[in-house]
Design a protein around this ligand. Structure first.
Ligand code: ZN
Length: 87
């Protein structure tokens, strides 16, 4: 009867840096996108276009990120045209 002992292989401290792809800022902000588009993207996996023009796949929790200042500005200018209703 033999017992196979696996080698202790997790001694390597391979800490991966937080690599960013592309220009990166679309990964750091929560952009404004029509909710229907986000829902569609969740189903189809296709990227969406934010108000500021960023194209990305909203696959993360937007609540973890600050709101994109560009999107916020555009969104607020849209809201001001409707009488400033608070949602
Ligand atoms: Zn944005």
């Amino acid at each position: 009867m033999s017992t196979k002992i696996l080698p202790d292989s997790d001694t390597q401290s391979d800490v991966k840096p937080d690599l960013s792809h592309g220009d990166g800022d679309h990964e750091r902000f929560a952009h404004y996108v029509k909710k229907a588009k986000i829902t569609e993207s969740a189903v189809t996996g296709t990227p969406v276009v934010a108000l500021c023009g960023k194209i990305w796949v909203p696959n993360r929790d937007p609540k973890k990120y600050p709101v994109c200042p560009e999107c916020k500005e555009i969104y607020e200018s849209m809201q001001s045209g409707k009488g400033g209703g608070d949602e």
